[in-house]
Design a binder for this molecule. Structure first.
Ligand SMILES: [Fe+2]
Length: 302
């Protein structure tokens, strides 16, 4: 076949996918081709505009390295990450809601027992915070020995993996046999997504800000239960209604309460007064649901 027009070209490209062995891949490619062509037609793309798009995507790729993942950031600010989460993680009644993983997860964080001090080795101080709670099933029964992968930004809003230093404010905390967990850290602060690359330019060009409301990341896993990739946001944060990556859910907003108890603060090795976040995670039974893959930037590069 030859001589394609804007009316016949899409069908011709889709027809060339006919020998794709993997059925699911064929379906995804067919959909991608149809929607990309529809996008070009709807916007009536000029050649200069499409070349600008190619230059942009090239710059996004060139900004990526083993630690920086500009494509995840692009997916996040376009709401595509949250769309994929919404499509694939219908929250079971009573279960903790899922949200974006974000670009700053890292494999190989230090493992801690209950009572961890994630401030260990921190290069910047913040407001001392005790985080405690339980990991339970949706029916409220405690889940023994769950693992909580925790990470958050430093006081300057930068994540450890964005700089050359060691891991900071990050750890894999084990809950105990009664489903209880607790650890010490700092209160998270709102921060800017990295804006020194093409995604930052895109945000500026579209008149959008780059801020994310303060949050702590958590991936909670336990055998026999669906893993949840989630955040705990800070009640009262000024950016809760305008998160640059659309990740806020009402059920994920936690209260950091001020505690004035010098004896308790001393016991915990924290300043007085300190903050306390009480937060329970509720997991749904696995029932054949595959765990969501936790992808670090290094996985995407490999
Ligand atoms: Fe974050």
């Amino acid at each position: 076949m030859r001589q394609f027009s804007e009316e016949t070209l899409t069908a011709a490209v889709v027809a060339r996918l006919k020998d794709t062995k993997d059925k699911r891949f064929k379906q995804i490619m067919t959909s991608a081709v149809k929607h990309l062509h529809a996008f070009a037609r709807e916007a009536h793309l000029t050649e200069e505009e499409w070349f600008a798009g190619i230059k942009f995507l090239t710059a996004v790729g060139q900004k990526c390295d083993a630690k920086r993942q500009e494509f995840i950031l692009l997916s996040d600010i376009l709401g595509l990450s949250m769309m994929v989460v919404a499509l694939n993680h219908k929250t079971a009644p009573g279960a903790t809601e899922a949200t974006v993983l974000g670009p700053f997860f890292a494999h190989g964080a230090k493992e801690y027992e209950c009572g961890a001090d994630l401030r260990e080795g921190a290069t910047m101080r913040g407001e001392d915070t005790l985080v405690r709670g339980r990991v339970t099933s949706v029916d409220g029964k405690p889940i023994a020995n769950a693992t909580l992968d925790i990470w958050q930004a430093k006081a300057d809003g930068i994540y450890d993996v964005q700089t050359a230093g060691e891991f900071e404010l990050r750890g894999r905390v084990k809950a105990n046999a009664k489903g209880e967990y607790w650890f010490r850290s700092y209160k998270p602060k709102f921060y800017s997504v990295p804006d020194d690359g093409p995604v930052g330019e895109l945000l500026r060009a579209t008149g959008n800000h780059k801020m994310r409301p303060a949050h702590m990341h958590a991936v909670v896993s336990a055998p026999g239960y669906q893993q949840v990739i989630t955040h705990v946001f800070v009640e009262g944060d000024p950016y809760l209604d305008e998160d640059a990556v659309f990740a806020v859910k009402d059920s994920l907003i936690g209260r950091y309460k001020k505690v004035n108890d010098p004896a308790e603060a001393k016991k915990l090795g924290m300043a007085n007064p300190f903050l306390k976040l009480e937060w329970d995670f509720h997991l749904a039974p696995e029932r054949g649901v595959k765990a969501r893959k936790v992808i670090a930037p290094s996985d995407a590069i490999a």
